[in-house]
Design a protein around this ligand. Structure first.
Ligand code: GLU
Length: 207
């Protein structure tokens, strides 16, 4: 169901305590949501379990509370969302938008040119029809993604050219940030994303 009003969120990765940059991002998105009478939701992005530091999520929650940044409802924990991510991958697979990839980082580094956020996957496995315990990549369409940013105005990106097909599930079975963030922003009914400028390069992929 489409949400009636503004719904913002803060989505920290508990790989360490809340650092100053994250606190600024949290404050910005909290102020934006509250100034519009909107909801502000919290999501703990602990999907990449090897990166999670024990105790960091609790420390982040306490730091937010200590700064008066109160959230609505219960935090959503990505480590408990495996079923939703698997269902999203099944949908994409059914629509032939996913393919298995057996390339190592080294294979890719040897053939790829650099894009806006690291090497652009050269499409080596795109037509190989591989099966098994592989990484799963999204088949990115050749089209320009445009979105409005309140600071920068209209931002555009040709994801196929500037990022290439990107991984949604790693060979070790971990769902990636790029998948989880989209499934969860949809599930939480998020209408506005206010976050660090370092994530601007991710937005076109997520759209
Ligand atoms: N978990 C990400 C981070 O801490 C932020 C995700 C997002 O805001 O989309 O960098």
């Amino acid at each position: 169901m489409a949400p009636a009003g503004y719904r913002g969120r803060f989505a920290p990765t508990p790989s360490g305590p809340l650092h100053f940059g994250s606190l600024v991002a949290a404050l910005g998105s909290w102020l934006d949501a509250r100034a519009r009478g909107g909801a502000w939701l919290l999501r703990i992005e602990d999907v990449d379990t090897p990166r999670v530091l024990p105790g960091a999520a609790d420390a982040i929650l306490r730091a937010l509370e200590a700064h008066g940044l109160t959230w609505d409802g219960l935090p959503l924990w990505q480590s408990r969302r495996g079923e939703a991510y698997r269902a999203a991958l099944d949908d994409l697979r059914r629509d032939r938008l996913l393919y298995g990839c057996a390339c190592s980082r080294k294979d890719i580094a040897a053939r790829a040119r650099r894009g806006v956020d690291g090497p652009v996957y050269p499409g080596t496995c795109r037509a190989r029809g591989l099966r098994g315990a592989l990484a799963w990549r999204l088949r990115v369409p050749q089209q320009r993604v445009l979105f409005p940013d309140r600071l920068l105005g209209q931002v555009g990106c040709d994801v196929a050219r500037e990022c290439g097909d990107f991984v949604l599930r790693r060979a070790d079975g971990i769902h990636t940030y790029q998948l989880a963030v989209v499934v969860d922003d949809a599930a939480q009914g998020i209408t506005h994303v206010v976050r660090g400028a370092d994530l601007l390069v991710s937005t076109p992929r997520q759209i």
